[in-house]
Ligand binder design. Structure first.
Ligand code: CP
Length: 331
């Protein structure tokens, strides 16, 4: 493996094999596997789980890591192609990233969507430009429309709890005080489809995932024997559901228009996941969320603190799943 940028770059069997390695490393730690290896982590956006789990994962495998947060103790980095650099950024990623890559054995980059132009973000324009100047193994720590590390950890979490391949998996939109990216919902719908699940995307008017993302998930489902559909009907989605995965994301009909999105969301405060969502239709349904989560805006305390929630296991699996990725890239 040279790069870990998108689960879609791998076959279902390759993902299953990678998760078998994750389980092997859990049961039989290899504290010298990456001795002398260095991972550089570049975070253009904040993180708690991704930042900590990659540093811990490298240490547990015998390697080390450094973290760059551009503009916070380092030069601010410009990433726009053709930018006239007379503003705050002192250095362009075209120099900065190859320099960092030359110090490291692998690089991870987190760079969220600009959130202005949906076509620009769907094309992963910024991440691809950065990836093109890195000649070392590269990990996507969350880009405009993808979060493969989260998706891999979520797949492992489903396996860990014995969730059947064909189980009903509902990805539900949830409210949030601000516009948030579509990276996690895009990665999640694809992951569940690639795993072979019956996937239902539950979302209000104005929050449909772009056709490119839905088509990609449907192609994965066609290959795995799963299915993908979408609905606005909560009762339809939740009936018989085995997993409810909640995620906040910005309106695709008001992309780049935060005021328009806010006006839509103001009428959607009932899209906060509560216990009564599950009712008799989905009594044993598990609850997932990638975190961070806004309590009592996106998800009620009663769900997050209740027995159906597996959000902490998901977060822990960021470490176990990523250690397999690091092992494959560097051991
Ligand atoms: N889920 C996730 O990627 O968490 P962080 O943003 O804290 O890394």
């Amino acid at each position: 493996m040279k790069r870990f940028l998108d689960l879609a770059d791998f076959s279902r069997e390759e993902i299953i094999d990678l998760l078998a390695l994750a389980r092997r490393l859990e049961q039989h730690p290899e504290p010298r596997a990456l001795a002398g290896k260095i991972l550089g982590l570049v975070f253009f956006n904040p993180s708690l789980r991704t930042l900590a789990s990659f540093q811990v994962g490298m240490t547990k495998l015998g390697g080390s890591s450094f973290v760059i947060t551009p503009g916070q103790g380092t030069w601010q980095l410009e990433s726009r192609v053709g930018a006239i650099m007379n503003g705050a950024a002192a250095e362009h990623v075209r120099e900065g990233l190859p320099v960092l890559a030359s110090y490291a054995d692998a690089l991870g980059i987190r760079a969220f969507a600009e959130g202005k132009d949906l076509r620009h973000d769907l094309a992963e324009t910024n991440f691809k430009a950065m990836a093109s100047v890195v000649d070392k193994p590269l990990i996507n720590l969350e880009s405009a429309v993808n979060h493969p590390c989260q998706a891999l950890a979520d797949w492992k979490t489903l396996d860990d709890i014995g969730m059947p391949q064909r189980a009903k998996f509902v990805l539900s939109w949830a409210n949030h005080p601000r516009v948030t990216p579509i990276a996690v919902p895009a990665a999640t719908v694809h992951m569940a489809a690639q795993r072979g699940m019956e996937v239902v995307v539950l979302r209000p008017e104005g929050y449909a995932l772009p056709p490119e993302i839905m088509d990609k998930a449907r192609a994965a489902a066609a290959a795995s024997g799963g299915s993908v559909r979408e609905t606005q009907d909560r009762a339809d989605a939740l009936t018989g559901a085995h997993v409810l995965y909640a995620k906040e994301w910005g309106s695709t009909t008001h992309y780049g228009d935060s005021a328009g999105d806010a006006a839509l969301r103001a009428n959607l405060t009932d899209w906060c996941v509560r216990e009564d969502w599950f009712g008799p239709a989905a009594p044993d349904c598990k609850f997932m969320h990638c975190l961070p989560v806004r309590r009592n805006v996106a998800v009620a305390d009663e769900v997050l603190d209740g027995p159906r929630s597996i959000v902490l296991r998901e977060a822990h699996n960021r470490l176990t799943a990523q250690m397999a990725v690091l092992h494959r890239l560097l051991a």
